[in-house]
Design a protein around this ligand. Structure first.
Ligand SMILES: Nc1ncnc2c1ncn2[C@@H]1O[C@H](COP(=O)(O)OP(=O)(O)OP(=O)(O)O)[C@@H](O)[C@H]1O
Ligand SMILES: [Mg+2]
Length: 359
């Protein structure tokens, strides 16, 4: 397959931009990229320190090529590429089309890593990332991209995943550097605490945990349980489709007050997930050698889409109250903007990197 499958572009659709009013200024070199199972996000900043975030669903869909479908996409103002004789729509519009066709989107990543099941994953990721990052502003511009920590409960090779994205970003003209996803949360949210504390990214495919001491990760790991795990389990016990469980969950459930049978099931699995995560941190912290001492209590910060559910922090506090946690905790809180935290943290790392040329 060719490197760049973009043969035929339809009309342009820009990625979702979170603060469009701050767009188009001269930008500082150094970019952050959150490589997520569900969403890809980029972060850049201008010389006034304004951060500009762009996001796209990490998904695509292919459609038979004929006059009708081509006209439909043009009318909808949706950008497509032609790949293996099919029209391929990537990112957010793939979701709208999946609804119209009553189909599932195809996903380049699964459980936090490049999907072994999806043969077209690589060219699609390259297109999506190219569109989010744009061209490097200077030769070999530094980009920090998030990667999962070693998983504790499934057998996956992070080295391969890391290498794939490194290669892809290099081909786009960047100087890529990987950074642990949980560490990004620490960089984004714990700047006032000397980057000391616990950062947890609660994603779709996985949870990424990082216990950091003065900027350095002392303990980091990932688990294969995230939002998708909740959806799969809720779907199984209620006999509904996983996509239906996702929709109910995202519509606004409050774990302190589940109102229906569906919401109760979501509550059960959320509590189980939080308990499991805290217990794993405890187990690993206690059994690892050379763990730092935390003389002062530290903050525990949560980010990622799965932390957005109502009552999430209350449940964490409840579960922490039931156990002897080995690290003294001062505050348990959710990032102000949990969706963009990883991208912003990666940008903090990129901005501080000495390989960035002065401009
Ligand atoms: N309001 C909400 N309430 C609960 N869950 C939500 C909400 N909004 C999004 N989610 C869930 O958040 C998850 C996606 O989060 P996020 O974008 O942080 O993941 P990701 O970074 O792409 O994945 P990963 O880090 O696992 O690779 C999905 O499981 C989605 O269902
Ligand atoms: Mg993530």
């Amino acid at each position: 397959m060719s490197e760049r499958p973009s043969i035929d572009f339809g009309p342009a659709t820009a990625p979702r931009q979170h603060n469009p009013s701050a767009a188009q200024p001269r930008l500082r070199p150094g970019k952050g990229l959150d490589v997520g199972t569900a969403n890809l996000l980029s972060a850049v900043q201008d010389f006034e320190g304004n951060v500009i975030i762009k996001a796209q669903r990490n998904a695509f869909i292919d459609i038979e090529q004929n006059d009708f479908t081509r006209n439909m996409l043009t009318k909808m103002d949706v950008q497509y590429v032609v790949l293996n004789n099919k029209m391929v729509v990537i990112g957010d519009p793939a979701f709208d089309l999946a609804n119209i066709y009553n189909r599932e989107t195809r996903r380049p990543m699964q459980d936090g890593m490049i999907s072994p099941k999806e043969t077209d994953a690589l060219p699609i990721e390259k297109l999506l990332i190219d569109r989010l990052l744009g061209a490097p502003q200077v030769q070999n511009e530094v980009v920090y991209y998030s990667v999962p920590a070693e998983p504790i409960d499934f057998d996956m090779n992070v080295v391969y995943h890391k290498g794939i994205f490194n290669d892809l970003l290099r081909k786009l003209g960047y100087n890529p550097k990987d950074i642990l996803e949980g560490h990004c949360v620490v960089f984004a949210e714990l700047d006032e605490d000397d980057f000391t504390g616990v950062g947890i990214s609660c994603g779709g495919g996985m949870f990424n945990i990082c216990v950091s001491y003065k900027t350095l990760p002392a303990l980091s790991f990932s688990t294969a349980r995230g939002g998708d795990w909740i959806d799969r389990n809720v779907a199984k016990v209620l006999g509904i489709k996983a996509s239906r469980a996702t929709a109910i969950k995202e519509k606004g459930v409050d774990l302190r007050n589940p109102r229906t049978r569906e919401e109760q099931a979501i509550d059960v699995y959320y509590r189980e997930l939080i308990r499991y995560t805290l217990n794993e941190i405890k187990k690993r912290f206690e059994s690892s050698e050379d763990m730092p001492q935390f003389p002062e209590p530290v903050d525990m910060v949560f980010a990622g889409g799965t932390s957005k559910i109502g009552g999430f922090i209350d449940v964490v506090r409840e579960e922490l109250g039931r156990m002897q946690f080995p690290i003294p905790i001062k505050n348990v809180r959710r990032a102000d903007d949990p969706f963009t935290s990883v991208a912003r943290g990666a940008l903090v790392a990129a901005a501080a990197d000495e390989d960035n040329p002065d401009v």
